[in-house]
Ligand binder design. Structure first.
Ligand SMILES: Cc1cc2nc3c(=O)[nH]c(=O)nc-3n(C[C@H](O)[C@H](O)[C@H](O)COP(=O)(O)OP(=O)(O)OC[C@H]3O[C@@H](n4cnc5c(N)ncnc54)[C@H](O)[C@@H]3O)c2cc1C
Length: 483
């Protein structure tokens, strides 16, 4: 069972009024809300599976205000839930139900402080929306490559805190690979000023990487120096039908052998996921005349003259057709067609919400084990849950699959949802046997905290707890998440 909303309607406030008054004095009238209607959306997760309550959402305007608020919380033992765009998928940004925490939102800290086109960096505040940063980089004739379906509302502080992946990891890496420096408010209210735009800095531990992927449990990120790249001058996008995931991986090898790191995205899509999109999302059509069991959405981009990569892509597809790795393909003729193909991929999570209950997994395995994972997971689940619909899609180029089995179409949704733990056990045991990860890009939050304890070694858990205790001995920052 996920989530816990039993107290949400009671709107409890377990924080001393004097503490809240001190916070108000720091941030001023624009910097907080105690209005239940304004607080409610902050206390509910994107998938609506985590609910909680806080008496106050604080919205500081700058790092000094964050530091002062955190210092008050540290002194009074008031736990903080850092929050960005609230699009996280593991309950990490949701408060607990008792009203004893406050949310500190970065939404008012949304300035691009500097763009340095010679150093290829941009210094930004944590509350900048990812799509706005992509646009700011483009205005400076640069690329900020982090890209994911929630980019219109997620914030860079949240992206860094979850070490977000997305669709361009194959070429540019995770959020972790895109950050050169950070400014962080520590759990005692001190500010660590690490906003350095350096690609080489071997002066001891790489502290910034501690905070990336920490999901707000070690401090609040307030600003970051991000890496920029040259803008691709040409992008080729193809939807390719393949017989199975193994053939998809052969196509990936063929593509990278031909155009190297110009393969910027490589997404696997099971036919059933396309059916969901066609059924539930408006303005989407089936790009190929026939239907096939599996597809790959492939993007190849580079800095050459317009269409200079088209011949290479056509050659890859033709040779793959001859080698029977590929059954059919459509190569976008222009940007609009490319975007229409991406819309299919990016609409899958929303479309699946309309298909009744499903059990979501965000797993990774070495590329060489992906086909085996999907096949064995499908078989294992079908043996226990007749009629279950396997749904696999995601960033196959990074070994990351969103494996979200859906309830039988005419089955009992509540009964299927009750099998959440048992289905996790089947999938995560298999992932562990294949040397994979039970959370490839979404983090642990609350959703996978217990699962991590189960599958990580005691040494690894000890190391994580040691870091947490060293930085946050009083457990002020996002308690009950990750460790
Ligand atoms: C439709 C959809 C598609 C998605 N696709 C992808 C995908 O392809 N790849 C992927 O990796 N993820 C994906 N996600 C999940 C992803 O983690 C988030 O979208 C995003 O990275 C989180 O940013 P946010 O600002 O919404 O963070 P929030 O949800 O607000 O917070 C996430 C976590 O970070 C902490 N946090 C937030 N801001 C700070 C801060 N400034 N300092 C310290 N801690 C902080 C929170 O406490 C919480 O633990 C998707 C989500 C949705 C809804």
């Amino acid at each position: 069972m996920q989530g816990n909303d039993e107290h949400a309607k009671a709107r409890p406030n377990a924080i001393d009024a004097g503490v809240l008054e001190r916070i108000k004095a720091v941030v001023g009238p624009k910097g907080y809300t105690m209005d239940p209607a304004e607080i409610a959306p902050h206390c509910q997760s994107w998938r609506d599976n985590w609910h909680g309550w806080v008496p106050m959402v604080v919205k500081p305007a700058n790092v000094d205000e964050v530091a002062a608020v955190v210092a008050i919380c540290a002194e009074s033992g008031t736990p903080i839930v850092p929050q960005g765009g609230n699009t996280g998928l593991t309950g990490g940004g949701q408060p607990h139900a008792g009203g004893s925490e406050i949310i500190v939102s970065t939404s008012r800290m949304n300035k691009v402080r500097e763009i340095d086109t010679l150093n290829n960096t941009m210094t930004v505040e944590a509350g900048c929306i990812l799509a706005d940063l992509q646009a700011a980089a483009a205005d400076a004739d640069r690329l900020f490559p982090l890209s994911l379906a929630a980019e219109g509302s997620c914030q860079i502080g949240g992206n860094l805190s979850t070490n977000a992946g997305g669709t361009q990891v194959l070429r540019y890496g995770n959020a972790r690979n895109l950050v050169l420096g950070l400014e962080v408010v520590l759990p005692d209210g001190r500010v660590w000023q690490g906003l350095r735009g350096l690609r080489k800095d071997n002066t001891g531990y790489d502290l910034k990487q501690l905070f990336v992927g920490a999901e707000g449990t070690l401090g609040m990120i307030t600003a970051a120096v991000l890496t920029l790249f040259p803008r691709p001058t040409e992008v080729q996008t193809a939807l390719v039908a393949v017989p199975d995931p193994k053939a998809a991986l052969s196509l990936l090898s063929r593509a990278t052998e031909t155009v190297g790191e110009q393969v910027t995205a490589f997404e696997l899509i099971q036919r059933r996921a396309i059916d969901f999109v066609l059924r539930h999302i408006p303005d989407v059509s089936d790009p190929l005349a026939e239907t096939y069991p599996w597809y790959v959405l492939m993007e190849i981009s580079g800095q050459g003259a317009p269409d200079s990569l088209r011949t290479a892509v056509e050659t890859i597809l033709t040779e793959a057709l001859e080698g029977e790795e590929v059954l059919d393909a459509v190569l976008a003729a222009n940007q609009a067609q490319g975007q229409a193909l991406w819309k299919i991929r990016e609409s899958i999570p929303e479309a699946q919400n309309h298909e009744g209950h499903s059990v979501k997994h965000d797993v990774s395995v070495p590329l060489s084990r992906i086909a085996e994972f999907i096949e064995r997971a499908d078989l294992a689940l079908a043996a226990v849950y007749p009629g279950v619909r396997g749904v696999a899609f995601g960033h196959i180029g990074d070994g990351n699959i969103h494996y979200n089995p859906a309830q039988p179409p005419d089955g009992d949704g509540a009964a299927f949802a009750a099998e959440y733990g048992a289905i996790n056990r089947i999938v995560h045991d298999l992932i562990t046997e294949l040397n994979g990860s039970i959370s490839a890009e979404h983090g642990l939050g609350r959703l996978r905290r217990e699962e991590a304890r189960r599958y990580k070694s005691s040494v690894e858990m000890d190391l994580m707890r040691t870091v947490k205790t060293a930085l946050d001995p009083d457990n002020i920052m996002n308690p009950g998440k990750v460790v």
